[in-house]
Every structure is written in structure tokens, then in C-alpha cells.
Write a protein that binds this ligand. Structure first.
Ligand code: PLP
Length: 428
């Protein structure tokens, strides 16, 4: 049996279960007794992250980068420290390469609206893979529609992976931007982003990586990957919701016009002078930022660092392999893709003759939270020829016993009220 990870605790003689760090796991109401296997949607938050947020609001709350009093200086220090922590955690060249955003979706939209608008014109191409989440698809699709450009999709194979050969073949001379996910949120497929980036940049394309599903499961080294932009969300890596990061190579960020304009982006404004914007990252962070969110994100990185990615990856791999093997023993259940190839905490499956929503609803009746449906990636499900899947996604607190609970419930699942013809059958 594989337990949740353990952590060293001050004053405790032996390491204690990590589950004790997550108050919601012993929570009441909707949280009571839940087996939570929907971590790719959002992870739970550990006490150190919650404490960091409360501490910020109780000891340093103020506005940043503008006030001229000690509390404003304290808040600004916390915000700057958070940026330094993130920069060092992801291997950024400098803290100035870290732009705080509202999350992955916000980061991709920022790049599309700024770099995208400057780079892409009529007849140009934007390249994405066939496995993209809508957040790394719709901003590019809209940009192409607005600019008279073409959205090119690199096909995925039957195993749900994009081959380097297919990617290379799609990289024609007209590709200005290649936008690729690091890890698929549907199947957990890991893209060789370093190699893909090298190929695309060699052909002159700007590379944007959606790292939403990578950051909680593997150490991300943005300098090593070498992309122009790398986006992720705090809430999928044990941090708070509504905040994230856009990492940009400094020379790329330096060229970007402001995304939104407003307070914090300018040196000063006069009606009779052109507007002079401050350098990035502040130029791209108009308005009051989510300071507590940034502080919470930094605390989440500290938390993961203390756990160690070696341990996190081993835990992921054991859970994924266990789930693939246990699900494989249930008649009518088929795991999609090859999640055990490079485990990233996700196992998606289908049950013969039963709509994924019916499976998800049945598991919920057993107190098990999973995601079912198209996972905001209906075009990927179309490519796989599936109506949807049921997705188990693991976090550091999950155990093989919880996988056993899923399997026990699946043995008695029956077709329910959902059909392929239902108007919302491919909605979520
Ligand atoms: N990209 C991927 C691969 C995702 O899994 C998600 C969220 O599920 C997103 C982008 C969007 O993230 P957010 O909603 O935090 O902006």
C-alpha cells in the first residue's frame, strides 16, 4: 500500500503524514470524508500556504510599489521576495522575468494580445498541438481570426502524444508562434518541450509553453527549456486560486507593449506628453496585484521544495502505475493513452457503454471527486474519437487505498441518464 507523502515536523520524532498539512482533508460539509482525485483541476492548500496568506494580511497588508509609509514598504518587500522565490524555483534568469498574472489563461491571453498582435499578420501561422486546453487554444484561434492568420494543429497519435517528427513537419516558414502544453491535462502526456522549443526557435518561431499541469509534478527549469514564454497557475501546485506566472525571456519581455494600462505601469502622465511606461514586469501588471496570492504562491514553491521533487515524482509514478494496473483488472474499463510512460499524476479512462458523466456522478455518490467529460479540451477528445473520459488526478496526499475505493465503486457502476445526444454531453 502506498500512503500519502510524509513530512518532518518540528517537535515530532518521526515524519508525519502530509495529510495533516491539508485542513480540508479533515474538513466538514462538502469536504467531509471526500476522496479528492481532482487535483489537475485544482489542488488543496497546505497550512504553510494558508498561514503565509493570513500572515501577509495581518502583518503587512498595504498597496505595493506606490505607498510612502512603512506598511507599504513591508508589503512591497513581501511582493518582491515572492517574485525572487518564484524566479529561483523555476530557474529564471532574473526576478524581472517573472510577471504575476491571474493564472495560465491570463498569461496566454497576455502573450497573444501583446507579442501575438505584433508578430502575427495576414498569411502567417500559429502552431498548436492537438492536445491543447482551451486556454492555450482560444487566444490563438481568436488572434488568427483577427489577423487573417492560420491556426495549424499538430496531430496527436492514437496514444494521445505529439511526436517530434509531426511537430517538426508542421513547422513551416510561416509559423510565427508555437504554443504547446508541457503536460496534457486530459491524459497526462508529457511533451518533449525542450526539444520542441529548440526546433521551433531554430525556425524563427516564438515559443509559448502552457505549464499548468507540469509545475506540481516536476521541477521546471525555464532556462533549460528555453521557451520565450512559460505560463502556469498557482492553484494547481498547492497555491491560491486566481494568481499565476508568466515567465518571459528578458529580451522578449523588454519588447512587449503593456497588456492592460493603468496604475503602476507608468512613470507619470501628462496630457501634453506621450505616455512613458515603466520596464517589465511592472509594465505588465497594471492595477493592484494579488499580493497575498503571490506570497501564497511563493509559500507553495517553498513547500514543494521542502518535500523534494524526487519524492513527489516517485509518489506520482507509484500512484499512476498502481491505478493503471488496478483499473486494467476491471471489465469494461479502458485506460486512455500511456500515462505510465512518464507519469505526471493523471490517469484517464473510459467505461464501455457508460457516459463519463454517469461514471463521475456515481463516484461522487461514493464520496469520490474526479473530473469527467472533455476537460476543456473537446478538440483533443474529438481527435481521440471519444465523447469524454473520467480522470483521476493525484496530489501529494493521495494513497493507493483511495485508488482501491475508486475501483470498488467502478465494479458496480451502471449506465445512467446521460447519453451522447444530451445537449450538454460535451460541455465541460
Ligand atoms: N492549461 C492547462 C493544461 C490546464 O489544465 C488548465 C486548467 O485546467 C489551464 C491551462 C487553465 O488554467 P487556469 O484556469 O488556472 O487559468
Amino acid at each position: 500500500m502506498l500512503d500519502a507523502l510524509t513530512v518532518e515536523k518540528h517537535g515530532a520524532e518521526t515524519p508525519v503524514s502530509i495529510r495533516e498539512d491539508f485542513p480540508i482533508l479533515s474538513g466538514t460539509g462538502a469536504a467531509a470524508g471526500a476522496v479528492y482525485l481532482d487535483n489537475a483541476a485544482t489542488t488543496h492548500k497546505p497550512t504553510p500556504v494558508l498561514d503565509a496568506i493570513v500572515d501577509y494580511y495581518t502583518t503587512a497588508n498595504s498597496n505595493v510599489g506606490r505607498g510612502y509609509h512603512r506598511l507599504a514598504f513591508a508589503a512591497t518587500d513581501r511582493f518582491d521576495q515572492a517574485r525572487r522565490t518564484v524566479a529561483s524555483a523555476i530557474g529564471a534568469g532574473s526576478p524581472d522575468e517573472v510577471v504575476f498574472t491571474g493564472g495560465t489563461t491570463d498569461g496566454v491571453n497576455l502573450v497573444a494580445a501583446t507579442a501575438g498582435a505584433e508578430l502575427v499578420g495576414p498569411g502567417d501561422q500559429v502552431l498548436i498541438t492537438g492536445m491543447e486546453h482551451n486556454s492555450n487554444l482560444l487566444p490563438w484561434r481568436r488572434l488568427c481570426e483577427e489577423r487573417g492568420a492560420e491556426l495549424v494543429v499538430v496531430p496527436v497519435g492514437p496514444d494521445g502524444a505529439t511526436s517530434l517528427e509531426a511537430f517538426d513537419a508542421a513547422l513551416g516558414d510561416r509559423v510565427r508562434i508555437a504554443a504547446i502544453s508541457h503536460v496534457s491535462n486530459v491524459l497526462g502526456t508529457v511533451n518533449p518541450v525542450r526539444e520542441m522549443t529548440a526546433l521551433a526557435r531554430r525556425r524563427g518561431a516564438v515559443v509559448v509553453v502552457d505549464g499548468a499541469q507540469a509545475v506540481a509534478h516536476r521541477p521546471v527549469d525555464v532556462a533549460g527549456i528555453g521557451a520565450d514564454f512559460y505560463c502556469f497557475s498557482a492553484h494547481k501546485m498547492y497555491g491560491p486560486q486566481g494568481v499565476g506566472v508568466l515567465h518571459g525571456r528578458s529580451e522578449r519581455l523588454a519588447d512587449l507593449p503593456p497588456y492592460r494600462v493603468g496604475g503602476g505601469t507608468v512613470k507619470g502622465v501628462r496630457f501634453d506628453e506621450p505616455v512613458s511606461y515603466v520596464p517589465t514586469p511592472a509594465r505588465l501588471e497594471a492595477g493592484t496585484p494579488d499580493v497575498a496570492g503571490a506570497v501564497g504562491l511563493a509559500a507553495a514553491f517553498d513547500y514543494l521544495r521542502r518535500l523534494g521533487f524526487e519524492q513527489v515524482r516517485r509518489h506520482d509514478a507509484e500512484l499512476v502505475r498502481y491505478a493503471v494496473s488496478a483499473l486494467g483488472e476491471i471489465g469494461g474499463v479502458r485506460v486512455v493513452g500511456a500515462p505510465e510512460r512518464d507519469p505526471s499524476g493523471i490517469v484517464s479512462f473510459v467505461v464501455d457503454g457508460i457516459h463519463p458523466y454517469d461514471v463521475g456522478g456515481y463516484l461522487d455518490q461514493h464520496g469520490i471527486a474526479v473530473r469527467c467529460g472533455v476537460h476543456c479540451a473537446s478538440t483533443f477528445l474529438d481527435a481521440l474519437g471519444l465523447l469524454g473520459t473520467v480522470r483521476l488526478s493525484f496530489g501529494v496526499y493521495n494513497t493507493t487505498e483511495e485508488v482501491d475505493e475508486v475501483c470498488r465503486a467502478l465494479r458496480s457502476v451502471r449506465p445512467g441518464t446521460w447519453t451522447a445526444e444530451h445537449p450538454n454531453a460535451r460541455f465541460l
